[in-house]
Design a protein around this ligand. Structure first.
Ligand code: ADP
Ligand code: MG
Length: 314
């Protein structure tokens, strides 16, 4: 399939009122296409609607309105095929403590109707590094092992699309690297389309070719990671003065100045409007001797903050 792995049109979700809670509109008309074969990031602050979106894809939450096509199958027209095309590693750890990893994977394969002869249980156990623990009760597995088992459960039916909801939240570095190595391998070797949410923006920047940013139930940006970062035109110049400075130097309009704890002066400005030379000149004009100088380029974190802060506009 060359086109899109996922096509979402006008997707809405309103959770019904319960008790004293009023109804909550979690998705307000999301349009989103996710190209087949990509590693795609879905970013947004807490409560933005990421898990709602993912759980609708997984068939765990019923949408209120709109269209969802998974691997070309409309969720409403071909529910079985659309469900078979996607595997989801959920955000919360929901593992039956009385199953062994092997049993958990077998049961999951059964739920997806994978015939015994086509099961890949041993291969999955190996891929998630749980061969040694295949027959241990899940209640005896560490948190990291349970997370890997969740990934394994998402893989038993060999889905074309793998969705991971905050897979590395609260996970130690070693396990995180192992998860990412696994996921990259699936993408490269099997061509599996990967969709992930993460609030580690650095991780998204490294892993994802394309990113959608979602806020208050709406997609507010969607672009290649490089283009999103490139769109931020801010630059920061960091000046380490030879002697301690107590007053910030006068600067051209549009430059924001501050002093860091280590005494360094920093100046943030728009590259389009102000040249680095003009900033350096203003520093010299104030009689400051420059010992060292460095520049800082924006990263995804800056883009994210700009877009999701209340004053931010897409
Ligand atoms: P995210 O994963 O981006 O943190 P969620 O999709 O979990 O966001 O939540 C989006 C909004 O919907 C939040 O305001 C949340 O409180 C609300 N919400 C999520 N699940 C439910 C539910 N089962 N019932 C009512 N409201 C919900
Ligand atoms: Mg979530």
């Amino acid at each position: 399939m060359g086109g899109n792995a996922i096509e979402i049109e006008g997707l809405t979700k309103t959770y019904a009122a319960s008790g004293s809670q009023p109804p909550k509109q979690a998705l307000k008309g999301v349009d989103l296409d996710i190209p087949a074969g990509s590693i795609f990031g879905l970013l947004g602050p807490n409560g933005a609607g990421k898990s709602t979106l993912i759980n609708i894809l997984a068939g765990l939450v019923l949408k209120t309105g709109g269209k969802v096509r998974i691997w070309g199958f409309d969720q409403d027209v071909n529910p079985r095929q659309s469900r078979a095309s996607i595997g989801v590693m959920p955000q919360e750890l929901n593992i039956d403590p009385f199953f062994t990893p092997r049993a958990a994977l077998e049961v999951q394969a059964g739920l997806y109707g994978v015939p015994k002869s086509q099961r890949i249980t041993d291969r999955v156990l190996k891929a998630i590094g749980l061969e040694d623990k295949a027959d241990a009760y899940a209640r005896n597995l560490s948190g990291g092992m349970r997370r890997r088992l969740l990934l394994g459960k998402a893989l038993v039916h060999r889905p074309q699309v793998l969705v991971l909801d905050e897979p590395t939240a609260g996970v130690d570095i070693e396990l995180r690297q192992m998860l990412w190595a696994n996921i990259r391998r699936l993408n490269e070797e099997q061509g599996t389309t990967i969709i992930l949410t993460t609030h580690y923006l650095e991780e998204a920047e490294q892993m994802c070719e394309e990113i959608a940013i979602i806020n208050h139930g709406e997609v507010i940006a969607r672009d290649s990671t490089a283009a999103l970062v490139g769109r931020m035109d801010a630059k920061t110049l960091v000046v380490h003065p030879e002697d301690p400075v107590t007053t910030l130097p006068a600067m051209p309009r549009g430059v924001e100045s501050c002093q860091r704890r280590d005494g360094a002066l920093c100046f943030t400005y728009r590259r389009k409007h102000i040249s680095t030379g003009a900033v350096i000149e203003a520093v010299r004009d104030a009689g400051i001797t420059i010992r060292d100088i460095a520049t800082e380029e924006p990263d995804l974190e800056d883009v994210f903050v700009e877009l999701t802060s209340s004053k931010g506009a897409a």
